[in-house]
Design a protein around this ligand. Structure first.
Ligand SMILES: Nc1ncnc2c1ncn2[C@@H]1O[C@H](COP(=O)(O)OP(=O)(O)OP(=O)(O)O)[C@@H](O)[C@H]1O
Ligand SMILES: [Mg+2]
Length: 383
């Protein structure tokens, strides 16, 4: 009996085999073999890369994985998330922390970093739980020098292997701005022969605004890399295997339903699968039996968020969005516009633009899609 109790508890306590909401690595990471090799090759050759895709396709996870591999090969690496960069000082501090990350001796590392960056000093701060935490701060009088020092580190370094410096969510630089900051960075980076700069961001900002306009500082700065969805075959294999790890053998029909419902976007695959797994575990039913309830639960959890998005829109924009949801994609084709009585064209144009600006719509290849497949499903249900 005690054996059964342990077995029951073990089954009950098993962790969710899916992960979403943060960057992932094995065992939650699948596919991307070709992409990984291609970007590592560019990075090793000190080629600059601009990687873009619609949201949540897996850019950050892929690049962080490449960084781990290349760090193991001896390349110095720096990863900066521009969502966390609220000022130049913050950029310097985060950059310096990244430089110190691989070092085991903090005191020695600090001495080393102080030799590299003027005006950098340790200060005592508080971490998230209120405990003491050693941080770096910049003497305001030395901020300009410190900035210059930090961005020229790869150039001065004696490393035989090239540096790889990743700027994630780089479009956020526009908030710091402005463009003079971009110009300073570009002016410095273009002389760095021993570094690969990698910029990540969403399609619209990165391509249209920052790297493909002649009047912008980073025009033509690197190789453009458009990250596509993984193959459906890889997604199906991942879903099947992870459910199996989590204790369930699920039928192929459910696997296909998950891929279809999530438009084969990795984040949504993991989110929906995690919900199904959790619902099955809590109800002691099979995943295929619990699927409709799991999907409902997910939509109920998201309903406030979806309503919030919809409330930002005019009645016409909601009508256009609903039409796109019903049709699967939107366009300027007369068949689509007439079917849903969407006119005049100038209003349609304005509505598309606003919803792209709000990141509600994506526009790959001149067609408009809802970025979030669950929001699309919810809109269809509300229609
Ligand atoms: N290779 C992968 N294998 C499995 N799941 C993945 C993979 N890449 C991404 N995911 C899933 O997608 C989620 C988002 O991944 P990630 O943050 O890397 O995407 P992103 O494109 O950088 O997103 P954003 O546009 O929000 O910056 C992860 O939490 C994970 O659930
Ligand atoms: Mg990301």
């Amino acid at each position: 009996m005690w054996y059964n109790a342990i077995r029951y508890n073990y089954k009950y306590m098993i962790d969710n085999p899916f992960s979403y909401g943060k960057t992932v690595d094995i065992p939650f990471f699948y596919g991307r073999g070709k992409e990984l090799e291609e970007i590592k090759l560019s990075m090793r050759n000190a080629t600059n890369l601009i990687m873009y895709s619609p949201r949540r396709f897996g850019k950050s996870s892929l690049v962080i994985k490449a960084l781990k591999d290349l760090e193991a090969e001896g390349h110095p690496t720096v990863y900066l998330d521009f969502f966390k960069v609220s000022s130049r000082e913050k950029l310097i501090e985060l950059y310096a922390r990244e430089l110190m990350r691989p070092l085991s001796n903090w005191a020695k590392g600090l001495q080393w970093i102080q030799g590299l960056i003027r005006g950098i000093q340790p200060v005592m701060g508080l971490d998230r739980s209120g405990g003491p935490e050693l941080r770096l701060s910049i003497d305001p009088m030395q901020a300009a020098n410190a900035f210059e020092d930090v961005i020229s580190i790869p150039e001065k370094s004696k490393s035989k292997k090239c540096w790889i410096i990743v700027f994630d969510e780089f479009q956020e630089i526009e908030k710091l701005n402005g463009e003079s900051f971009e110009k300073e960075l570009r002016a410095s980076f273009q002389h760095h022969r021993n570094a690969s700069y990698v910029f990540l961001g969403s399609q619209r900002h990165m391509l249209l605004n920052m790297f493909s306009r002649k009047d912008r500082a980073f025009y033509n700065f690197g190789k453009l890399f458009s990250l596509q969805k993984p193959s459906e075959e890889e997604s199906r294999a991942f879903i099947t295997n992870r459910f199996e790890t989590g204790g369930y053998k699920i039928p192929g029909t459910l696997v296909c339903q998950i891929v279809e419902q999530t438009h084969n976007i990795p984040y949504y695959i993991q989110y929906l699968s995690a919900e199904i797994w959790e619902s099955a575990r809590l109800s002691a039913k099979k995943p295929e039996e619990i699927y409709p309830q799991a999907l409902d639960r997910l939509l109920i959890n998201q309903a406030d968020y979806f309503q919030g998005i919809r409330s930002q829109l005019t009645a016409f924009q909601v009508r256009l969005l609903t039409s796109i949801a019903m049709q699967g994609c939107g366009s300027y084709e007369s068949e689509f516009l007439q079917k849903f009585r969407l006119f005049p064209t100038s209003s349609v144009q304005k509505a598309y633009k606003r919803m792209i600006d709000l990141d509600i719509l994506e526009k790959p290849d001149n067609r408009f899609f809802l970025s979030d497949p669950f929001f699309e499903f919810w809109m269809k249900r509300q229609a």
